[in-house]
Design a protein around this ligand. Sequence first.
Ligand SMILES: Cc1cc2nc3c(=O)[nH]c(=O)nc-3n(C[C@H](O)[C@H](O)[C@H](O)COP(=O)(O)OP(=O)(O)OC[C@H]3O[C@@H](n4cnc5c(N)ncnc54)[C@H](O)[C@@H]3O)c2cc1C
Length: 392
Amino acid sequence: MDFSLSEDQRTLVAMLRRFIEEKLAPLEETVEREGRLAPEVARDLFEQSKALGFYAMNIPEEFGGGGLSTVDMMLAEEQFGRTTDILIRRSFGNVYEVLLKCVGPQVERWLKPATRGERTCSIAITEPEAGSDAASIRTAATRAGGGWVLDGKKHFISDGLFSDFFVVSAVTDPSAGGRGISLFLVDRDRKGVTIGRDQPMMGLRGTSHVELFFDRVELDDQCLLGEPGRGLGYALDTLGRVRLGQVGARAVGKATKILDLAVGQARERRQFGKAIGEFQLIQKMIADSVIEINAARLLLWNAAAAIDAGRDARALIAMVKVNASETLGRVADRAVQIFGGMGFSRDLPIERYYRDARVYRIFDGTTEIHTAGIARAALKSGGALYDPVEAV
Ligand SMILES: Cc1cc2nc3c(=O)[nH]c(=O)nc-3n(C[C@H](O)[C@H](O)[C@H](O)COP(=O)(O)OP(=O)(O)OC[C@H]3O[C@@H](n4cnc5c(N)ncnc54)[C@H](O)[C@@H]3O)c2cc1C
């Protein structure tokens, strides 16, 4: 078993790290202060990143993307985690793999423009009354003529102010429960689509999170993504790799960056005539963070390798989601402690990292929901989840 990186992988990581440190990190404080990324700066970042081949690296080359394997994409996503959400979105794209369900004319209408960065997309599943229980949504699409009519509302939709279209979950067969939900591609300029409030959040400044309202929105047949009734299944399958990257890998990258700062502080800050890193209670916080980050990364690579090998990785992805997000929370909390008052002060970015870290345990399925899923899988399959001899 060899966990070392190849030369190509090292080059990818080094180039991304340099781009993030030189181009993105200097913008973070301005975005935090102003709550937005200026459109001309966003455009410039996009062009620079695209020229280096960093945009939509997760999408296969045949559709214009970078065609990275899951393992390589996770290496990239870990680096993305070292900066903020909005800077990642504008520089590297959030081209959701659910768009790979596009067929025929849908490819030119939605998938390829998204991959080229000409149109951006948000995923709209959550509703005020249906969060963890995604099967209980009320948004519905009914057959009308040769198409559909969409009615309902969504909330907390990331990047909604900027997005050109939305992948929306809607009930198409009310008698079939979770099997009666479909996904639709909904352009923002369709009559009856209203972008509501930008819902203020604890962190992730610069990214909008909006309410969406659909009032008798007429959709042609092409707007149905995949087969009717399979929407929840698609969301589970294709959003799995997104969850692994955008939550798991980014959490590992963020935790690594935060720990770098905490270690630096423990070396430099002197109290009682010593560097605080010489106190065992501080050392314990550092050692626990080192162990947990390494464990989280190995779990991440294991799940990524399982996907690349074509194995069912759903439970592995859930483990990464829980482990990496909880690790990030603990590492960020310890960093605040190691920095003391300066960790709480807005004069340093530590408090911002702490706020931004909190949502990792909530979005894309909460810790509790994924934990319950892991337990269900273990009770069903026994050792296959935790014994390599029995793993399939
Ligand atoms: C910043 C941000 C960005 C987001 N972006 C998007 C987006 O782009 N698109 C989108 O569709 N959604 C998005 N969401 C929504 C997000 O996915 C949901 O918030 C999340 O799935 C939880 O749903 P909820 O908020 O309704 O909480 P609830 O489902 O109401 O849960 C509340 C609490 O109850 C617990 N709970 C619920 N059911 C169970 C159970 N069966 N067992 C044990 N505990 C349970 C939960 O774990 C949680 O602790 C975003 C949310 C945030 C905060």
